[in-house]
Design a protein around this ligand. Sequence first.
Ligand code: IPD
Ligand code: CA
Ligand code: CA
Ligand code: CA
Length: 267
Amino acid sequence: MTNWTEIDQCARAWLKEAGDKIILSFQTALQIKEKTNANDLVTNIDQETERFFAKQIRQTFPGHRIMGEEGFGDDLKDLSGVVWIVDPIDGTTNFIHQKRNFMISIGIFENGESRLGYIYDVVLNEIYVAVAGEGAYWNDEQLPMLKETTVDKAVIGINLTWLTSNRLLDPAKTLIPLANDVRGTRSYGSAAMEFAYVSTGRLDAYITMRLSPWDFAGGKIILEEVGGKITNLKGEPLNLLEKTPVVAAKPRLHEKIIEEYLKKGIQ
Ligand code: IPD
Ligand code: CA
Ligand code: CA
Ligand code: CA
């Protein structure tokens, strides 16, 4: 039998330890490298943080498998067994430029089923946690189920670059009318933070064209626990092994965004 209480206690302790190390790193010079292009950055701290989680998980739970952004996990072709999906720093650009607005994000799954989700705001020392089927918490406070809102009263998270260019949607028929109809748009630069914000009702929806599993794994578990909906652009379930566009929102708003906006211009 999998001991989820033990896994949860370890995950929280490791998040705190990793967070403390990240805060300490503010006092030393960062080593910054470009990955696929000049806007796709990684630092020694992203790498050290993922290496730390991989080491702890392997030592404590040798049967568990790991998917991580920076390559210290396993090369997963399926989701059998217990899988930790880890983004050591979500919002690396914010981490480098702002030293805030970045998160550690972890989703733990068993045979592809959600079990435990974590988004840790290291700088604010705030943690969002979900135990699938038992609720979600912001620190010690239980998060209430989401209350619906209409498009005209909604504040949505969206990266403005998607309004000018993307291969999946015609912005003129989809995202631009949506951006015009909502009360406001926001762009935080950390997908995990946007999921935490949708989960707490600070945002009503978040739409993005390309996330990797580690960007949404923790957020999906937390958001679904408060009744939120998270799918691709067509309303289909997300694949935890693939890059995907993501629409996350309160359920009725989610349906409206897909039916009345996105479906009008999927290319
Ligand atoms: C990125 C952030 C960003 C999102 C990108 C992600 P990273 O993650 O979540 O908000 O727009 O698609 O890649 O690289 O900082 O972990
Ligand atoms: Ca990255
Ligand atoms: Ca990320
Ligand atoms: Ca990252």
